[in-house]
Design a protein around this ligand. Structure first.
Ligand SMILES: NC(=O)c1ncn([C@@H]2O[C@H](COP(=O)(O)O)[C@@H](O)[C@H]2O)c1NC=O
Length: 525
């Protein structure tokens, strides 16, 4: 193949886009640069109305658009112009009257958007499978040695700059060609996912027969979980609003692998609360959580749960970070990452005193994360829906003991239950008045997690008298309740559902402890 290893001018361009954003700007720049513009039906109409001279592809090929657009650019004069090797194929191109096309701008029928509608029929989905577009994209991208190819309006400015300068450089053509193959790969993956998750009669299955994922590299990281591991961070093609991956870094050193994993866990937990909340995370587990009327007292209370573990932690808030809270953190502890939906300028002036400290902004999105949760295992991947709900069928907690649960107790139980959902199993969370007092995480035995939570509270000088306790899964025996009573706990929240629920409830009644069932378990591994 003859690679044109210098910038190429654009003498002829073909524009055929479904998303017509800024296409007029690109076309105008091409026209100003003296390029001939070829275009398909809707795109040609728009450009003509804008007063830009355009040749309809049908006029160019001598063959009309037919079958309601199913066949419009599928013609040798188009594909030869895109695929013909500059130098090598020029004789045959001249013989067959196939002029070279130097630039292609195509984006495809909006298959993903149309099929996102649960009522989209199979026929509608199929009509939105673009054929001519991907064929042209592949042709132009394959022949990037002599052709530039654009698939997204965000690429137009670079191309327009190049038109006004030396032409499309080798590096730009290569970058655009890779982006075009990625565009087509994502498109085909969406078609494959959709069609393999429904049958000929339109029935939908939960899981496609083939799962095609697409991720875009955001960054390569210094190393992985450990220094001898290589690592990179990829995000979904468009990180959903409010998801951790949509963060913007305001200051600080580059984020590490563990920073990203811990910050994600902290953000998910902070976003679970309505009231101003602070969550401090170490090794993917909250070591202190609190809600208050404002962030600063929430931070102080979260920190007080476990000051030792909070050192070097990740701190997440569900409200904009203010100056008082930033000052309190800096004065108190070493912190790796702070994240919040927004960061006030005054707060940034304070965090800026610690240049290495990473500060991230993540605007809130939908409270319930969508999509699948993937967990790789050796040679495969486990796929499940998100653990989006909090309570089971009753949509609330249900008192099962003689001791009643009033509104204030209910609010405490709801708080520790929300936290427990974000603690690795077996999870036991002690708390009171909207703050954690001790958290036992990640133990193989529930009783051990309960003991660790008590020890944490004792170490921090926090009394468990009158505290409440959450357990992420049911108590299989009464021993957990006996232990809670010994620690001074006055109410327990747990899913219920054990064979020995009666025994466990009787134990709570014996101790005068109130107990609520949530009807939903929240294991987290
Ligand atoms: N069939 C074809 O030959 C064909 N050639 C280009 N397209 C697509 O038609 C769309 C643009 O159509 P219009 O310019 O008519 O709005 C683009 O998304 C492009 O990818 C085609 N449509 C579908 O395959």
């Amino acid at each position: 193949m003859t690679t044109v290893d210098r910038p190429i001018p654009v003498r002829r361009a073909l524009l055929s886009v479904s998303d017509k954003t800024d296409i007029e700007t690109l076309a105008r720049a091409l026209n100003d640069a003296g390029a001939e513009i070829l275009s398909t039906g809707g795109t040609a109409r728009l450009l003509t109305e804008a007063g830009i001279p355009v040749t309809e592809v049908g006029d160019y090929t001598g063959f009309p658009e037919i079958m309601a657009g199913r066949v419009k650019t599928l013609h040798p004069r188009v594909h030869g112009g895109l695929l013909g090797r500059r130098g090598e194929d020029e004789a045959v191109m001249a013989e067959q009257d196939i002029p070279p096309i130097d630039l292609l701008a195509v984006n495809l029928y909006p298959f993903e958007a149309v099929t996102a509608d649960p009522d989209c029929s199979l026929a509608t989905a199929i009509e939105h499978i673009d054929i001519g577009g991907p064929a042209m994209l592949r042709a132009a991208a394959k022949n990037h040695a002599g052709v530039g190819v654009v698939t997204d309006p965000s690429q137009y400015p670079a191309v327009i700059d190049a038109l006004g300068g030396e032409g499309l450089s080798v590096a730009l053509r290569y970058e655009l060609a890779v982006a075009a193959f990625n565009h087509v790969a994502r498109y085909d993956a969406a078609i494959s996912n959709h069609l393999s998750a429904r049958s000929a009669d339109g029935e939908r299955a939960d899981f496609p027969a083939q799962l095609n994922a697409h991720w875009q590299r955001v960054d390569t990281l210094r190393y992985g979980e450990n220094p001898h591991q290589q690592a990179a961070f990829y995000q979904e093609a468009a990180a959903p609003a409010g998801s951790f991956a949509s963060y913007r870094q305001c200051q600080g050193k580059a984020l590490s692998y563990n920073n990203l994993a811990d910050a994600d866990a902290a953000w998910a937990c902070a976003a679970a609360f309505e009231a101003p909340a602070c969550v401090i995370v170490k090794h993917a587990n909250p070591c202190g959580v609190a809600v208050a009327d404002s962030l600063e007292p929430a931070y102080q209370a979260a920190f007080a749960t476990d000051p030792t573990s909070a050192f070097g932690g990740i701190i997440a808030f569900n409200r904009p970070l203010d100056a008082a809270t930033a000052e309190a953190i800096i004065a108190r502890q070493f912190v790796e990452v702070i994240l919040a939906p927004a960061v006030a300028d005054e707060a940034l002036a304070i965090t800026g005193r610690k240049q290495n400290l990473r500060v991230l902004e993540i605007p809130h999105g939908p409270s319930t994360p969508g999509g699948w949760r993937l967990q790789p295992i050796g040679g495969g991947v486990l796929v499940q829906s998100q653990d989006a709900a909090l309570y089971g069928d009753d949509a609330s907690l249900r008192c099962v003991t003689e001791a009643a649960i009033d509104d204030s107790l209910r609010s405490d139980l709801d708080f520790v239950w929300r936290v427990a959902k974000h603690v690795k199993s077996n999870a036991i969370v002690y708390g009171r008045d909207g703050r954690t007092l001790g958290i036992g995480a990640g133990q193989m035995s529930r009783v051990d997690s309960a003991r660790i939570g008590v020890r944490k509270a004792t170490d921090a000088g926090l009394s468990l008298a009158g505290a409440v306790l959450a357990s992420d899964a049911f108590f299989p025996f009464r021993d957990g309740v006996d232990q809670a009573a010994e620690a001074g706990v006055r109410a327990i929240v747990q899913p219920g559902g054990s064979m020995r629920d009666d025994e466990v409830i009787a134990a709570a009644n014996e101790h005068g402890i109130a107990m609520a069932f949530t009807g939903m378990r929240h294991f987290r591994h």
